[in-house]
Design a protein around this ligand. Structure first.
Ligand code: FEO
Length: 392
């Protein structure tokens, strides 16, 4: 087994889950990694764990470096089971290990696994002295759960950031400079949109704390370790935390007999004619995790559905429920679609978009199938909607 050393005595011992495609509803076409790190000093410390099915692989990696029984501490930065569910399995092999976590983390861990380990509760500015290396703990509640914290290795200037700065991407390489960096940044954007977007208002405060640290590496618990593009990923987090939007728009729709699709395409042409970059997603064919990545930096969201049985199509309903939970910042929205008799999709789509925090404008709704005049109105709507956003 190859040893992967981040710095002297600091090892990667995580696992690569090449085949996972669904991370609680987030489609992960490139798989997922669960990064775990081992610090070998006078005291030996494991930082974060992995998902239960990979406990044996984690132990094997540790065993290739030291006897797991010598581990003194296991830092649990975050209790979500992708990082902690192997813990009850490996703790049988770690008879001397204290479990280091926040007070909230202890509550969550005990409730998840009904195990009463030798806990060491830490809070902001606490330091764990391992010998040469010293670990500093920085709680970052809600990034991603109430228990979440990051751990800073002072001597080597490595931040073990857990979910923050993560990406769902599998590769045989472990560092950002070993892969195409746009891949890492793209997946980091998708990760932020799908996992951290609801908590983005907490990012500036967290970055202010981390900004005081010298960073040679950011070692997240998912994806590659940032050692070359640290300023780029920090800048992106700063932008996303501030609700930065670019000059772009997302049109998403589904269609029954093609009428709403015709409207969507004509609206898109109007948006493009106004000079705005736009992407078109047919939700019966699109991956909502990818759509959400595009939504993160967009200014406008236009959603189209015909009326089916008095409401929107289920594909649109699922997308808008997902968006409601993610609460995107600084978005203006509109709806459009075709209907046969009483309608109903419009009101339901608007209600969901408003509950997602989107500021709404009126869009076009037409009966049965659009004629040339109605399609021209769709073009004009797209043009004017985009123009308004460009000039806002
Ligand atoms: Fe990677 Fe919130 O767990």
């Amino acid at each position: 087994m190859n040893k992967i050393e981040l710095a002297k005595g600091i090892y990667y011992v995580g696992v690569v889950d090449w085949s996972l495609r669904d991370f609680h509803g987030y489609y992960t076409p490139r798989g997922v990694t669960y990064n775990s790190y081992l610090i070998v000093d006078e005291k030996i410390c494991l930082v974060d764990c992995v998902k239960a099915p990979y406990a044996a692989e984690l132990l094997e990696r540790i065993q290739s470096i030291i006897d797991p029984a010598k581990i003194d501490y296991v830092v649990v930065n975050h209790v979500e089971p992708d990082h902690s569910s192997a813990l009850p399995i490996i703790m049988d092999k770690l008879p001397n290990a204290k479990v280091v976590l926040t007070a909230q983390g202890k509550l969550e861990l005990v409730k998840h696994y009904q195990q009463n380990y030798d806990f060491q509760i830490v809070k902001e500015n606490d330091i764990l002295d391992l010998g040469i290396n010293k670990l500093h703990f920085v709680p970052v509640p809600m990034l991603h759960w109430p228990d979440s914290m990051v751990t800073y290795l002072e001597n080597e200037q490595i931040l073990f950031s857990n979910d923050a700065f993560g990406q769902h991407i599998c590769t045989s390489q472990r560092f950002d400079d070993q892969i195409i960096v746009t891949d890492a940044l793209y997946e980091a954007e998708k990760y932020f949109a799908n996992i951290l977007m609801p908590y983005s208002q907490l990012i500036p405060k967290a970055l202010a704390k981390l900004g005081q640290l010298q960073l040679k590496m950011i070692a997240p618990s998912h994806g590659v370790i940032w050692r070359k593009n640290i300023s780029e990923i920090l800048k992106k987090y700063e932008q996303w935390g501030q609700g930065y939007t670019d000059n772009k728009l997302v049109v998403l729709y589904d269609t029954m007999w093609g009428s709403t699709e015709k409207m969507a395409r004509r609206i898109l042409e109007g948006v493009a004619a106004a000079g705005m970059t736009a992407a078109l997603y047919k939700m019966s064919a699109a991956d909502r995790s990818e759509v959400v990545r595009d939504i993160l930096e967009c200014k406008g969201i236009l959603v189209g559905s015909p009326t089916l049985n008095g409401t929107m199509l289920p594909t649109i309903g699922a997308m808008l429920i997902y968006l409601k939970g993610l609460r995107p910042k600084n978005k203006t929205g509109g709806t459009f679609g075709a209907y046969g008799w009483a309608g109903g999709a419009q009101q339901d789509m608007e209600n969901l978009m408003q509950s997602a925090g989107i500021t709404m404008e009126n869009g076009p709704f037409i009966k049965w199938a659009p004629d040339d005049t109605e399609l021209e109105k769709c073009f004009e709507f797209g043009f004017e909607f985009a123009n308004k956003l460009i000039n806002s």
